[in-house]
Design a protein around this ligand. Structure first.
Ligand SMILES: Cc1cc2nc3c(=O)[nH]c(=O)nc-3n(C[C@H](O)[C@H](O)[C@H](O)COP(=O)(O)OP(=O)(O)OC[C@H]3O[C@@H](n4cnc5c(N)ncnc54)[C@H](O)[C@@H]3O)c2cc1C
Length: 409
């Protein structure tokens, strides 16, 4: 087990500087354009693929970094560049984590490379859990997966919503109900391979922020996939369902985690790190502005009212980063989240990003409110962090129930 450290090692510092260079030179200059276009920035993803940032190798290297700091450091730098573009670059990672967390070695080797494609032909992937009537309440999911034993195929039917890269993905990871009597314990995750008939994109959403990231409904109409596309395999699923039925009979079924929850638990500190990146970006713009903008014959930072805001912004950002790094280190080293430290990190960082980006607008005055300056975009982008991967209310609920020992439904 790696000791917890707040110090990046030489190699990590090198990677961070390299990512920062890409964020500053490639992502940030393209941010306003793709925000206005509200389209997936394929050329930027391709640039990221060319230099090796958009690749399984890079992602796996950071994911398996035993210090736990690889992923948060990478997320912070990319999202410092721009949240919408960065989500287009890392969105595939959510689906990849779904496969890494629940798939067999063969499934990992087969499907993850197809999620990324290569630098000449980049692909993206989507993780589809949310539904119109099952957002926070994952257990009320309706998308159904039925096993056709004669053909060794699964048949999927239902509508997914809010899927990042939904419909434009090469590979979709879909969570569906295999046993409706078991609530969220009766869910399983499936791979829908490229060009599978029956999968189509529903409406594409026009959003408040992260507009360079594609978000859409995914409709599954009699989608037939091979038995081998069930993540983890049939034997493991049957075993898990049998255990859940036993527990349900005995009245203690809450302890079995479902596949989608496993994905969210592993990815929450990473979302916290994205929020830290956006908050830091807005803080830096505000600090720079406050030191150069003069009113009443002196830089506005000479006023305590402005300086103290910047002091609070920086303090919150550093505190958020510490919570994120701790949770990420715990996750990588298999430390149990006895106080829901993953949710804690996401909760605090997401609220920090919303607050800090709002303060940045205030410090820039009228300029902060225009699209000539990036902080209004950062503020719109920051609003997502208290919503996706579990809203801030759900994070509080998870933390409170973990502390009290009550079951998390
Ligand atoms: C841009 C974007 C990208 C997304 N990407 C993906 C993706 O790739 N894959 C995916 O599967 N999903 C994705 N999501 C879905 C996201 O995870 C959900 O929006 C989120 O889980 C909330 O669900 P909901 O929108 O249905 O809100 P609801 O669950 O309807 O919640 C509405 C409000 O009620 C509150 N609330 C609900 N229940 C409780 C409770 N018990 N106690 C207190 N308050 C409560 C919520 O906190 C919220 O404020 C994305 C969403 C967005 C907006």
């Amino acid at each position: 087990m790696a000791e917890f450290t707040m110090e990046l090692n030489d190699e990590q510092r090198e990677v961070r500087d390299w990512l920062h260079g890409f964020a500053a030179d490639v992502i940030r200059p393209a941010a306003a354009e793709w925000d206005e276009r509200e389209e997936t920035p394929w050329p930027v993803i391709q640039e990221a693929a060319k230099v090796g940032i958009y690749s399984l190798d890079f992602y796996a290297q950071q994911y398996f970094d035993p210090t736990g700091l690889g992923i948060p450091m990478a997320m912070e730098e990319l999202f410092w560049g721009d949240a919408g573009i960065a989500l287009s670059i890392v969105g595939t990672g959510l689906a990849a984590v779904g496969v890494l967390a629940n798939g067999t070695e063969e499934q990992i080797g087969t499907w993850i490379p197809q999620m990324y494609g290569d630098a000449n032909d980049v692909k993206v992937a989507a993780f589809c859990s949310s539904e119109p009537d099952a957002g926070s309440d994952v257990a009320s999911m309706r998308t159904r997966a039925v096993y056709d034993e004669a053909k060794d195929e699964w048949v999927l039917n239902g509508t997914k919503t809010w899927a990042t890269n939904g419909g434009i993905a090469n590979v979709h990871v879909v969570v569906a109900v295999v046993d409706p009597d078991l609530g969220s314990k009766g869910h399983a995750s499936f791979i829908v391979p490229p060009s599978t008939p029956g999968l189509s994109q529903g409406q594409k959403f026009k959003k408040h922020g992260i507009r360079a990231s594609h978000t859409a409904e995914v409709v599954l109409d009699n989608v037939r996939i091979p038995g081998s596309c069930l993540l983890g395999g049939k034997a493991k699923l049957d075993e898990r369902l049998a255990r859940a039925r036993e527990r349900a009979k005995a009245g203690g079924g809450e302890r079995v985690k479902n596949a989608a929850m496993a994905t969210f638990e592993a990815s929450r500190p990473a979302v916290g790190a994205m929020a830290v990146g956006t908050a830091r970006a807005a803080y830096e713009v505000a600090l720079d502005y406050a030191m150069t903008r003069e009113q009443f014959g002196r830089p506005i930072i000479d006023n305590q009212g402005v300086a103290f805001q910047l002091a609070d912004m920086r303090t919150s950002i550093d505190a958020a980063r510490l919570l994120v790094w701790r949770a990420s280190w715990m996750a990588v080293n298999g430390k149990p989240f006895t106080a829901a430290e993953g949710s804690m990190s996401k909760l605090f960082a997401s609220e920090t990003a919303k607050k800090v980006t709002g303060q940045a607008i205030q410090i820039l005055g009228g300029n902060g409110y225009t699209r000539e300056y990036p902080v209004e975009r950062m503020h719109r982008d920051a609003a997502i962090y208290t919503i996706f991967e579990g809203t801030r209310e759900i994070q509080r609920l998870v933390i409170a129930r973990t502390l009290s020992g009550m079951p998390i439904r």
